[in-house]
Design a protein. Structure first.
Length: 207
């Protein structure tokens, strides 16, 4: 074999070795990249609020939009001071977005709006939006906050507190109290929102 033929053979063999080495490195990098991407995804999912759910205390957005499908409740159309001047019952709900109880309760509040939203003012207020103060006026949500969420405060048309409960209040309990405020027939007598008879004339609550 001539020197030229030997050099050409070595060159070809070396080229094949380099090509094989490059392919091996490429496969390794590719596999490592996929593995790294997978690890990053798992880490991000583990810490991301997107994996929060109805039964946990993690933040994942506005709960009335996410869990009640009702973005019309927030932000409320009136402040508490404005609502109390309207001579209508007012339902004040104090909540936070990273509470499983508040998430569950958002559907109850939305249901209450469906029945009473045209006759009463519903005010969901985030607790973290209440400014810290030593004292609050009777027209400020901070006056009624007891340190627990969700908290429901129902005012009658005269501005008197007729319900003040912390925790998830069943819709039936809320409905019963609202029926009393509107002088409606009790649930046992009518599932519809019908007022009691006055002078033999029955009127319905506007919806």
């Amino acid at each position: 074999m001539s020197v030229l033929q030997f050099h050409w053979s070595v060159t070809i063999a070396g080229s094949q070795t380099v090509d094989r080495w490059q392919k091996d490195v490429y496969q390794l990098v590719r596999r490592s990249g996929l593995l790294l991407a997978l690890v990053i995804c798992l880490v991000l999912l583990g810490a991301s609020p997107a994996v929060a759910g109805l039964k946990d205390d993690r933040y994942d957005g506005e709960i009335f939009t996410l869990y009640a499908g009702n973005g019309s409740l927030v932000p409320p159309k009136f402040t508490l001071a404005e609502a109390l001047k309207r001579d209508r019952p007012t339902l004040l709900v104090l909540y936070v977005d990273d509470s499983r109880d508040c998430k569950a309760y958002s559907a109850v509040v939305s249901q209450a709006q469906a029945f009473y939203g045209k006759a009463a003012d519903l005010l969901p207020v985030r607790v973290d939006s209440i400014p810290p103060k030593a004292t609050y006026a009777a027209t400020e949500p901070g006056r009624y906050y007891k340190g627990l969420v969700p908290q429901t405060i129902l005012f009658d048309a005269a501005g008197k507190v007729v319900l003040d409960e912390a925790g998830v209040v069943p819709f039936e309990t809320l409905d019963t109290k609202l029926r009393e405020v509107f002088d409606l027939l009790p649930r046992s007598q009518s599932l519809e929102l019908k007022r009691r008879q006055v002078n033999e004339v029955t009127t319905e609550l506007a919806r």
